[in-house]
Write a protein that binds this ligand. Structure first.
Ligand SMILES: [Zn+2]
Length: 278
């Protein structure tokens, strides 16, 4: 993999070490502190935040990242796009493909090699975060719409023909785990850019999957932007709320994974910016 090609990798960037767990505030104890890949390594993320996560918190963040990257939805597309993997063996080559076989909706399952498995990226387009809209927290992602990119539409066609299947079910999209991942990426990026001490974070509960209403902090662009020349894109915007006269400044991270494939952009209200002259 050519790590200098922005279409397939984020640029190799190592930020200064934090020296404290950015999730729980511990010094890591005898286990010490680990580095954090801001965007998961398995999504070709090469932004590194050294000494920023304790062993316990690393177990939490790597669990939801592993869940998202390792499931049937992501494995084929990661394989087709030749994304890096921290595991020596990507796991078994055959993935279980469940499909609906007949018009009577008789469900059957088949195994097939990863090379024949259609590589489709599934994401959701979201409306603005409830916090930004001044709405009460809600368990729904308002105005969410499924979005997908098919890397090899001919494989999918062939599959329908060969199997005589009406419909193919891939792994269900887990909005909670996906929210945790977005929140983690955005928060770690904000810490790298602003410094740990300059943020009062809002999304720690979201990262730890304790937040039942992640759509309060996480939203997106309703409009799809055209594909860009970068695999992933992130930037920080500082916002104020209308009628908020106490001068609070909030940190909004714009995050677009797979921007080169035209994927939706997400927004995460990471927290409040402290020390205004930063
Ligand atoms: Zn920790």
């Amino acid at each position: 993999m050519n790590k200098n090609n922005p279409l397939i990798a984020t640029p190799q960037t190592t930020y200064p070490p934090v020296g404290i767990c950015i999730y729980c505030g511990s010094d890591g104890g005898k286990d010490g502190l680990r580095k954090e890949h801001i965007i998961p390594y398995g999504l070709n993320g090469n932004f590194i935040l050294p000494k920023s996560s304790c062993k316990k918190c690393e177990a939490v963040t790597s669990a939801f990242e592993g869940y998202y990257l390792g499931n049937m939805m992501m494995k084929p597309i990661r394989h087709s796009l030749r994304m890096q993997s921290s595991k020596k063996h990507v796991g078994r080559k055959d993935l279980l493909l469940p499909y609906i076989k007949t018009e009577r909706f008789y469900a059957d399952k088949a195994f097939m090699p990863i090379e024949e498995y259609p590589s489709t990226l599934f994401l959701y387009q979201l409306g603005p975060a409830d916090f930004i809209e001044g709405l009460a927290p809600s368990t729904d992602f308002r105005e969410s719409r499924a979005w997908s990119y098919s890397h090899d539409p001919q494989k999918q066609e062939k599959l329908f023909q060969v199997l005589g299947a009406r419909r193919i079910y891939l792994a269900a999209f887990n909005a909670m785990k996906f929210s945790s991942m977005l929140a983690k990426i955005a928060y770690a990026f904000a810490v790298a850019d602003l410094g740990y001490k300059n943020i009062r974070p809002f999304v720690l509960d979201t990262i730890f999957e304790k937040d039942k209403t992640p759509s309060y902090w996480i939203g997106g662009n309703k409009e799809l932007a055209p594909p860009t020349d970068f695999l992933h894109q992130m930037r920080i915007e500082y916002i104020r709320k209308p009628l908020d006269f106490d001068g609070r400044v909030y940190i909004l991270v714009h995050l677009r994974l797979f921007a080169n494939l035209g994927a939706p952009e997400y927004h995460v209200v990471v927290g409040e910016k402290l020390n205004a002259n930063v």
